[in-house]
Design a protein around this ligand. Structure first.
Ligand SMILES: Nc1ncnc2c1ncn2[C@@H]1O[C@H](COP(=O)(O)OP(=O)(O)OP(=O)(O)O)[C@@H](O)[C@H]1O
Ligand SMILES: [Mg+2]
Length: 231
């Protein structure tokens, strides 16, 4: 559905991605792993159209969308939750969700279903964004993205800095969202969660794809991969 094909991307004169090809197909959970500064966030930003492809192409449903703007990619059914969990601090949880659902695709995901997915958010329905814990903010950021009824959900380190019990809730929510037909592209610095829920894994290394394959192959080849790359 969504792909980069042999893409180079730059910040100013510094090349951040070199000949990167990644693809997400319908129904998949695909994970990007790799050390600090490897280029994982840059791949999400480039897929979303926030960063131009200096070389190569961005594809959506087999169509070249290299020239499209982020809002056009978004209308194509791609949602992106950046690492800094953007929620409106002065709006309640309920208002944050109401706004996210406006002017987007209608579909399975409604506020009621979001609250079934994240019961913790329902308990905090009338609380302002700024009063939420880190875990609740992350859930709300994911919930806002899901309210747009995306076909593809891109998440940048959603479990970073969260307590283990909350990590489990977020992980289970990602799986539940995927089971409803949403393809997921998940960035994680560490390999633990990708090993649990990923169908496929890309190891990003110095702006390139260092390894890619099915999760079961990663498991089998793990020692060799980790000798060559930092995972
Ligand atoms: N806004 C920016 N301006 C200039 N260089 C940047 C910018 N953002 C990232 N970079 C550089 O691009 C490279 C890739 O960064 P990126 O944020 O994609 O890595 P990452 O894999 O997401 O790392 P992390 O795990 O720390 O989030 C790094 O060398 C980084 O320093
Ligand atoms: Mg990052």
């Amino acid at each position: 559905m969504l792909a980069l094909d042999q893409v180079d991307a730059y910040y100013g004169k510094a090349r951040a991605l070199e000949q990167v090809s990644v693809a997400i197909a319908a129904g998949e959970i695909v994970c990007l792993v790799g050390r600090n500064g490897a280029g994982k966030t840059t791949i999400l930003r480039t897929l979303m159209g926030l960063l131009p492809c200096a070389r190569g192409r961005r594809m959506l449903d087999g169509v070249d969308v290299t020239a499209l703007r982020p809002h056009q990619i978004s209308l194509g059914g791609v949602a992106y939750v950046p690492e800094d969990r953007q929620v409106f601090p002065n709006l309640t949880v309920d208002e944050n969700l109401a706004i996210a659902g406006v002017a987007h695709r209608t579909g399975y995901w409604t506020r009621t279903r979001i609250y079934e997915l994240f019961p913790l958010l329902q308990e905090r329905e009338q609380s302002k964004g700024l009063s939420l814990s880190g875990g609740e903010q992350q859930m709300l950021a994911i919930a806002r993205a899901v309210m747009t009824n995306p076909r593809i959900l891109m998440l940048d380190e959603p479990c970073e800095g969260l307590a283990p019990l909350i990590v489990r809730d977020v992980r289970d929510a990602i799986v539940a969202i995927n089971r409803r037909g949403v393809a997921v592209l998940l960035v994680e610095q560490k390999i633990a969660i990708p090993l649990q829920i990923g169908n496929r894994i890309y190891v990003i290394d110095h702006g390139k794809v260092g390894w890619q394959g099915r999760t079961e192959d990663f498991r089998r080849e793990r020692v060799a991969i980790e000798q060559r790359l930092t995972v």
